[in-house]
Design a binder for this molecule. Structure first.
Ligand SMILES: NC(=O)c1ccc[n+]([C@@H]2O[C@H](COP(=O)([O-])OP(=O)(O)OC[C@H]3O[C@@H](n4cnc5c(N)ncnc54)[C@H](O)[C@@H]3O)[C@@H](O)[C@H]2O)c1
Ligand SMILES: O=C(O)[C@H](O)CO
Length: 696
């Protein structure tokens, strides 16, 4: 306790220098002082009273009655707690009210208070008896006061949440249940020993006719109740699928009674004493991103506000007056107000947990010198797979047919029942053949032998080469070869394709790219899929088009005004609608969280920017440390012009010095050496969008 307290004081001192709210430091500081006093008093009590216990003739009636009352209260809460927990769990599972579940467990404020009160009652029983049977009784009464005061203060200062992985003491305490158990029960064991010593001198311990002996037996039973009730509690929770709420390894932070009372924002904190404060506006999948941030010395704060979409005001509150970086979501409005608040708080970086960043005003970020990160690459295949799923579901009317079956309308096979479109040999049109558009095109061409027509501002030679090679393969095997065409206009794609998938970025040029006039150009039985951004389609015009053309079908993952759909869309049988889940695979979402975290910490620590945001695999390998770089910063050039110059010098000198093998030409102008000295590859700037490898 002493060393732990000391460490915390030292760390709190540092925190104070960095502008952390003073209030919290004080709350963390006081319990430690009280804790030291408790330890000293315990030792004094033990030495004094073991050496010469002066036993009273018998405890007074009043104090005995007080002890019995305390014991009964303690026993009652211990006995009812597991039952209460189980009842609450059963009810909340039915009602799906997770907050009630947390309430009943010891990580919630209520649960923690209940825990503390029952512990204190137990200790109080022993100390009151000890004060009766020993002199000087004041020592025991002071111990009782200190015990209550220190635990109450620790409730305020969230001592259970301080899990600093760099501290061996914390690791020992939270990571080793036997040690933790020993720490928890040692005081009570000490008090019982003192009682036994006192009783042993005059009477038989098992003589239940004597009041102190009777109380002693009862108290020993109560001490057993704690582990028993814990086991019941844990097993009940694990049966209902929530074992982690009682696990010591889960540093859930319910933001302390104090802060929960002052402001109803639930924050989960990791590595409270970390040097850099990084805030995530939402809990994100996986734990790797948290561990990576903690390893880089960050204090990680995760907002658990129940509200789905945080307002600008909510985020300003989260940023506070000291914040180095924020990981945010595509639903948030990252404009002038937030970047100004982040900049005032000393922030250097923001990353969307998304590849699209149309919710971010990059100009505003540039103005405040804040890096803007995104998460490309990791979601390419996942998103393309959902676009492919929607294409198939729309082509084969899967959702309609499913509803039909469930409604009990199926009476037997019929030649006309849910007839849809065959994809093989038809033309797939891709608008925006970037990472996701190209991946989708390959899936549809290779998987369903569709011909390709695409429109993009840039030529996608890699995609063209792929389709050419696949066509040749089919031909060599006696099959009809697939073909490709780069359309000179978007209208060309709309007119020719049977299935069209939209994959451009959302910006001024792509807003309402698909409008009433363009919908009218499409084939009457065409399928339109949108996994890019809602406003790329004029949704109102789409609803009218769907109404007028029942054989025209759409698969939509995104909507113009999320989370809402334009009136009438939900009633359209020829529309399949899913709630923006295109990147929602476990691996991808965990990877997105990792990339977003590394973007932020990379900028905070001044690491360079990764050369190729399309190849982020080295950051996603869970068995290796990620490179010391930010995987994808979209405003790198605006922020860091000197980086480019520096890298050019770097290239020239490194080329002369080492066995450089190749130079990759990249369109985005970011320069970064990759690989080790023996296999050095540089990415250098060029006008061309396509990457070429030039042998040196
Ligand atoms: N629904 C989802 O969950 C989900 C998931 C991932 C990405 N997305 C969206 O998909 C978009 C594309 O992601 P990506 O990784 O493929 O990005 P990308 O930058 O690799 O591809 C976008 C392509 O759009 C092209 N483009 C830009 N303006 C155009 C225009 N006016 N007409 C035609 N093409 C144009 C670009 O040249 C580029 O090739 C993201 O910006 C995001 O908005 C949505
Ligand atoms: O842009 C993105 O990344 C998606 O919309 C969320 O996965």
């Amino acid at each position: 306790m002493g060393e732990l307290g000391l460490k915390m004081q030292v760390k709190m001192g540092k925190e104070k220098e960095r502008g952390r709210p003073e209030k919290l430091s004080v709350y963390l500081y006081i319990p430690n002082i009280v804790g030291y006093m408790r330890v000293v008093l315990n030792c004094v009590a033990f030495v004094l009273l073991c050496v010469s216990p002066t036993k009273h003739s018998s405890p007074s009636f009043i104090s005995s009655a007080f002890v019995v009352m305390l014991w009964m209260a303690g026993a009652l809460v211990y006995l009812t707690k597991p039952r209460l927990a189980i009842t609450v769990i059963i009810c909340t599972r039915k009602l799906e009210l997770d907050s009630f579940l947390l309430l009943s467990s010891s990580v919630s404020t209520f649960g923690a208070v209940l825990d503390m009160v029952t512990d204190r009652v137990s200790t109080a029983c022993l100390l009151v008896i000890l004060s009766q049977v020993y002199r000087p009784s004041l020592v025991f009464l002071s111990l009782l006061a200190l015990d209550i005061a220190s635990h109450w203060l620790q409730m305020y200062s969230s001592h259970k949440d301080v899990k600093d992985s760099t501290s061996w003491l914390f690791r020992l305490y939270y990571g080793n249940r036997i040690f933790m158990c020993y720490c928890c029960v040692s005081c009570e064991v000490l008090y019982i020993i003192l009682l036994l010593i006192a009783n042993n001198q005059t009477e038989n311990l098992l003589n239940v006719s004597s009041l102190p002996s009777l109380l002693l037996c009862l108290l020993s039973t109560q001490l057993l109740m704690k582990p028993v009730s814990r086991i019941m509690d844990t097993s009940a929770l694990s049966r209902y699928g929530e074992p982690k709420v009682l696990s010591f390894e889960t540093p859930l932070h319910r933001n302390t009674l104090f802060s929960a009372m002052s402001k109803p924002v639930a924050i989960e904190v990791y590595n409270p004493n970390g040097k850099y404060r990084v805030v995530s506006t939402k809990p994100m999948p996986g734990t790797r991103w948290i561990n990576l941030l903690v390893d880089q010395g960050c204090r990680v704060e995760i907002c658990h506000l129940k509200k789905t979409i945080l307002s600008v005001e909510d985020i300003i509150d989260l940023i506070g007056n000291r914040c180095d970086g924020v990981i945010g979501q595509l639903t948030e409005d990252w404009g002038e107000t937030l970047f100004s608040a982040l900049s005032k708080a000393g922030g250097k970086a923001f990353s969307n947990m998304a590849v699209g960043y149309n919710n971010v005003d990059v100009e505003a970020a540039n103005k405040y010198g804040i890096a803007v990160g995104n998460t490309p690459g990791v979601l390419t295949e996942t998103t393309a797979e959902l676009a492919a799923s929607l294409s198939l579901a729309a082509a084969r009317r899967i959702v309609e047919a499913d509803g039909f079956m469930r409604a009990g309308l199926y009476e037997g096979w019929l030649p006309h029942l849910f007839v849809g479109n065959l994809l093989k040999g038809q033309t797939v049109g891709v608008i925006g053949a970037g990472r996701i558009g190209s991946a989708y095109a390959r899936m549809m061409v290779e998987g369903f032998k569709m011909n390709l027509i695409y429109f993009d501002l840039y030529q996608s030679t890699r995609l063209e080469k792929f389709v050419t090679a696949y066509g040749q393969f089919l031909k060599a095997n006696g099959e009809q070869p697939v073909t490709w065409k780069r359309a000179s206009s978007m209208e060309e794609v709309l007119r020719e394709a049977d299935l069209i998938s939209l994959h451009p970025v959302l910006d001024k040029t792509t807003y309402h790219l698909v409008n009433k006039e363009r919908l009218a150009m499409m084939k009457k039985e065409a399928i339109l899929v949108n996994c890019s951004r809602g406003p790329v389609i004029d949704e109102e015009a789409l609803v009218n088009h769907l109404r007028e053309n029942p054989m025209f079908r759409v698969g939509l993952d995104v909507f113009e005004e999320e989370p809402f759909m334009k009136p009438g869309l939900a009633d359209m049988k020829n529309a399949i609608v899913v709630p923006h889940i295109a990147s929602a695979s476990k691996w991808t979402r965990e990877g997105m969280a990792t990339l977003a975290a590394l973007n932020v910490v990379g900028r905070i620590k001044g690491y360079p920017i990764w050369s190729d945001p399309n190849r982020v695999d080295p950051f996603l390998n869970e068995n290796a440390s990620p490179p010391n770089a930010s995987p994808s910063i979209v405003n790198s050039k605006a922020l860091d012009q000197s980086f480019r110059k520096l890298s050019m010098e770097h290239i020239v000198s490194a080329y002369k010095r080492t066995k450089t093998r190749a130079i990759l030409l990249d369109y985005d102008g970011t320069l970064m050496p990759q690989g080790d000295e023996s296999n050095l590859v540089f990415i250098v700037s060029a006008k061309s969008r396509e990457r070429e490898q030039v042998q040196m």
